[in-house]
Design a protein around this ligand. Structure first.
Ligand SMILES: *Cc1c(COP(=O)(O)O)cnc(C)c1O
Length: 222
């Protein structure tokens, strides 16, 4: 699939999402495809814009700030999602640039984002990233710290849209997706940001509302 033209890859991913949604008795429109364009140039992104796609993801504030203002001048209805770790001192820039932030994972970031939102008047949707496999090297709040972090985010009046996870590599992801879905339900959160190129179809059958797909759309990153 990755040797196909970009617009064919986009159609194939959208078809796969629709098929998985149907299997699960869900509507395809309930799933938002975030095209993760990290490390991809404006030239590589343009075919997807031309094909009508408008929702993109980046994992670094600096890279997004370099690439997207020019593209957005041409396509003002683009929506940008931050899918990578956020340093507190980049919160102001992130709030100005992104429409959603999928990496809220600690109390200091709640404070920094709340201040940045108050200052700018912008309120990007926030997803709390959960370290669903309890992996030492991974970002995200621990499962047992989620209630406390959610309470802090609520006190700070952050617009929390849901939960996000990246399950452990090289193991069956379904149990991790199911755990994230259970946690979201417990806390009455509608958004579930889960599923990447390798496993977005599984994620959709388990309730993903946002899938974050890079490689399957753009080809491998160097
Ligand atoms: C890079 C990245 C993705 C996309 O990964 P692919 O395997 O290329 O689809 C999704 N989510 C996060 C958090 C990422 O960093």
């Amino acid at each position: 699939m990755t040797s196909a033209p970009p617009e064919a890859r986009l159609a194939a991913v959208n078809d796969a999402i629709a098929k998985s949604a149907r299997i699960a008795g869900r509507k395809a429109e309930a799933v938002t495809l975030i095209a993760v364009s990290k490390m991809k140039s404006a030239e590589e992104i343009k075919p997807l814009l031309a094909a009508g796609h408008r929702i993109f993801g980046e994992n670094r504030v600096q890279e997004a700030a370099e690439k997207w203002p020019t593209l957005r001048a041409e396509y003002p209805d683009v929506r940008l999602h931050l899918v990578g770790q956020l340093q507190s001192n980049k919160s102001e820039e992130a709030v100005l640039l992104f429409d959603a932030i999928h990496s809220l994972d600690r109390p200091s970031l709640v404070t920094a984002l709340a201040a940045a939102m108050a200052k700018s008047g912008r309120r990007p949707d926030c997803f709390i990233q959960v370290n669903i496999g309890a992996e030492a090297q991974k970002g995200g709040c621990a499962v047992d710290q989620l209630p406390e972090l959610l309470a802090l985010a609520e006190q700070a009046d952050l617009p929390v849209a849901g939960l996000m996870c990246v399950p452990p590599a090289d193991v069956e992801p379904a149990p991790y997706f199911a755990l994230l879905a259970k946690l979201a339900k417990r806390h009455q959160l509608a958004g579930l940001s889960m599923g990447m190129s390798e496993d977005f179809e599984t994620a959709v059958t388990i309730g993903a509302t946002h899938v974050r797909v890079g490689t399957a759309l753009f080809g491998a990153r160097d």
